[in-house]
Design a protein around this ligand. Structure first.
Ligand code: IMP
Ligand code: MG
Length: 186
């Protein structure tokens, strides 16, 4: 096996769990109990699994759906194009929807998903992301619920990958490669 790169923890399990509970309480205060949660695969699978359980504890009974979108294609730089790899199966007409994604970076993925669901007649589409990289937006979109404002590093873990690896990590971390070694502020 190749040397395992060192991963520096950026947000640990306890911090993420605490923030998920807070976000779930905010969502519960704003949204109807039967909100339709649409998780953007693959990166959000771990986050949404924890978030919906926190939503349950906050008194909600959301329905949960998945859409698989791709814009990255094994690279760490966005291609700028968003593709639907698997569509939602539910009729979203008249529904209040919460999109859940791992990271809001250029905003293209979330804007694409939001426009898609709005065009299909969703009554309201809001968004919840675990991480937001400020100053990276290529399209104008804001998420109503943001876990953490994240420094501009390529992060992995808690569902997020580089070339399909590291999704299993229970925390969010940064791979210490030559260009990301000794990063300031983390
Ligand atoms: P956007 O369309 O540029 O906002 O990119 C959002 C998507 O890019 C996220 O859902 C992630 O899948 C992916 N992404 C952006 N930054 C990172 C990162 O640092 N690590 C892993 N995936 C990322
Ligand atoms: Mg993603």
């Amino acid at each position: 096996m190749a040397d395992t790169p060192r991963i520096r923890v950026l947000y640990d399990e306890a911090e993420i769990a605490r923030r998920n509970e807070e976000m779930a309480r905010s969502i519960a205060a704003d949204a109807p109990a039967d909100l339709l949660v649409v998780a953007v695969l693959k990166g959000s699978f771990m986050f949404v699994a924890d978030l919906i359980r926190a939503m349950h504890r906050a008194g909600m009974a959301p329905q949960v759906e998945f859409v698989h979108l791709s814009s990255y294609r094994n690279a760490t730089v966005s291609s700028g194009q968003v593709e639907i790899l698997r569509d939602v199966q539910s009729d979203v007409r008249g529904r209040e929807v919460l999109l859940v994604d791992d990271i809001l970076e250029s905003g293209r993925t979330l804007a694409f998903a939001k426009d898609l669901l709005a065009a299909r007649g969703a009554a309201k589409v809001s968004s919840c992301v675990l991480l937001e990289k400020p100053g990276k937006r290529a399209v104008s979109i804001t998420a109503e619920y943001v876990g953490f404002a994240c420094p501009d590093y390529f992060v992995v873990g808690y569902g997020m990958d580089v070339a399909h690896a590291y999704r299993q990590l229970p925390f969010v971390g940064v791979i210490e490669t030559a260009d990301q070694a000794n990063l300031p502020g983390i």
